[in-house]
Write a protein that binds this ligand. Structure first.
Ligand SMILES: Cc1ncc(COP(=O)(O)O)c(N)n1
Length: 506
């Protein structure tokens, strides 16, 4: 299921910051974005020239309207402007169950000029900070907050001082904080640079939680002054947390996203640059060789996997209570589904003019062919002759063919490999762990599944998927998850059909 975020923030009509920026960031992360507008501002790349506040009860109404209808994973707060609106945000956090709250303080400019009304800071510290999963202040804001909370100040000469500042905020009740060192560049030893135009200087983000302290340095881009960087970072963190990424990785990815958006920012207006919010930012949510594990354990797919793994067909197969007719239906359907995959791989080859893609498609067809030879042998062992079913395609198989062809056309070999993933994993996780003594009539089939050759065959499918995953573009990951979700429901439907006496397939 799609992850969702709500931003409670001000509108920037020129699209560079605020609500408009947050929604663009959510979309770039394939997260469904919602918003509650706290104020309408009139601003552009040069500056802000007007603010029209939304009454606090109407901010509440917007949040209620979203929350009471659409499930919401994460809330991000931006400009909350006054204590009344701040109070609404706090009440809403208590009213609704959210996975995480990301708070961009927006209480001061990078030079330390306070942006908020009297009473705001006290309420912010007392009520919002303890509820926030992560706070994303610039260094001036972090210092103002610490001063207000503990009356301490930390002078910044080295990145270790930023760590100290973060650690003190955490010790004072902030669960985690990422400090953006806006306006400060660091040298190679992470001392503050006097001259930021030095060729090798760094812009630094520091994450502090009760468990980790992480410095995330980025190349100093002195020629790029853009607005919206705080919105980009905090919304990207919100989107990653909504996608179940842990805090350190959410921070690393969000810094990479913000840096990329800044590096490719454009000069659209007469003032600050406009960030490239749609930029693809070059990371995948899993390490090399880990796509299968990622897909197997993705929380959005856990229900679909357990529908399959705990299917009554598998239970009946295990304790040999399945009827032989039901089993034959399964074998025939499996044959057709394998053929659909082979045909789609052929089509993928045909539709590409890249010889490497054509070669990979051919390899895929070869693997399916070998699998089908074994499969037909098994069919024969159970008294199912190929003539009985190969030329008879049930409606379900045609629906599966339409699905797999669509996957092949849109996402190529990788898409088909993902769609094929449920089968080798069931073989590995379920079939190969079955007790052959208990499986009676189905012993030859279960034994075949436990067979080294079959497992190896499944492994080569998985290895090919791992290899192909290096061609996956990060922005495609949601599409891949969707394909797997659909494929899991096809696999489940095939098992449902085998147990359904009303449906005959040959
Ligand atoms: C409505 C609104 N919210 C926030 C910002 C700050 O943007 P930045 O990310 O540049 O600090 C802004 N300029 N306008």
């Amino acid at each position: 299921m799609l992850s969702t975020c709500i931003t409670v923030a001000g509108s920037d009509c020129s699209g560079g910051a605020g609500i408009q920026a947050d929604l663009k960031v959510f979309t770039a992360h394939s997260v469904y974005g919602m918003s509650a507008i706290t104020a309408i501002t009139s601003q552009n790349t040069i500056g802000v020239n007007g603010v029209h506040l939304i009454p606090a009860p109407f901010v509440e109404k917007q949040i209620d309207a979203c929350m009471l209808d659409v499930k919401c994973d994460v809330m991000k707060t931006g400009m909350l402007f006054n204590p009344a609106i701040l109070k609404v945000a706090i009440d809403m956090i208590d009213r609704y169950k959210l996975k995480a709250i990301v708070v961009d303080p927006l209480i001061a400019t990078r030079k330390g000029v306070l942006l908020v009304l009297p009473g705001y800071l006290e309420l912010f510290i007392k009520e919002l900070i303890p509820r926030a999963t992560i706070l994303t202040p610039n260094i001036a804001e972090a210092s103002i907050l610490l001063k207000q909370m503990t009356n301490e100040t930390v002078e910044i000469h080295h990145v270790d001082d930023v760590k100290t500042l973060g650690a003190k905020l955490v010790a004072s009740g902030c669960k985690s904080v990422i400090i953006r060192c806006d306006g400060i560049s660091f040298d190679n030893e992470f001392f503050v640079c006097k001259d930021s135009s030095m060729p090798s200087s760094w812009y630094v983000y520091v994450l502090c939680t009760s468990e980790v302290q992480l410095i995330v340095p980025q190349k100093w881009l002195s020629t790029k002054i853009a607005k919206g960087t705080s919105c980009a970072l905090s919304s990207a963190i919100a989107a990653n947390l909504a996608n179940e990424v842990d805090i350190p990785n959410a921070v690393k990815r969000s810094v990479a996203y913000t840096q990329h958006a800044l590096e490719f920012s454009f000069h659209l207006g007469r003032g600050a640059n406009s960030l490239d919010y749609s930029s693809s930012y070059g990371y995948l949510p899993f390490e090399e060789g880990e796509i299968v594990r990622y897909l197997r354990n993705h929380p959005h797919l856990s229900k679909a996997w357990s529908f399959l793994y705990e299917h009554c067909f598998l239970q009946k197969l295990k304790d040999a209570t399945l009827s032989i007719d039901e089993f034959k239906k399964y074998l025939a359907l499996k044959y057709h589904m394998l053929m659909n995959n082979a045909q789609a791989a052929g089509m993928t080859a045909f539709s590409s003019s890249n010889i490497a893609v054509i070669e990979r498609s051919a390899k895929m067809i070869q693997i399916i062919k070998e699998e089908n030879v074994i499969h037909l042998e098994i069919c024969k062992q159970y008294g199912l002759a190929p003539e009985q079913f190969v030329n008879r395609k049930p409606a379900f198989v045609n629906a599966h063919a339409a699905f797999i062809n669509d996957v092949g056309q849109r996402e190529g070999v990788l898409g088909i490999q993902v769609a094929m993933l449920p089968f080798p994993l069931i073989v590995q996780d379920v079939f190969s762990k079955m007790d052959t003594l208990q499986s009676g009539t189905f012993k030859p089939f279960v034994a075949h599944c436990r067979d080294f050759g079959t497992l190896e065959h499944g492994n080569s499918l998985l290895d090919n998927l791992e290899a192909e995953a290096s061609t996956l573009k990060p922005e495609k990951i949601q599409k891949i998850l969707k394909i797997l979700e659909q494929s899991l429901s096809f696999e489940k439907a095939a098992l449902d059909i085998t147990l359904d006496n009303e449906t005959t397939i040959f």
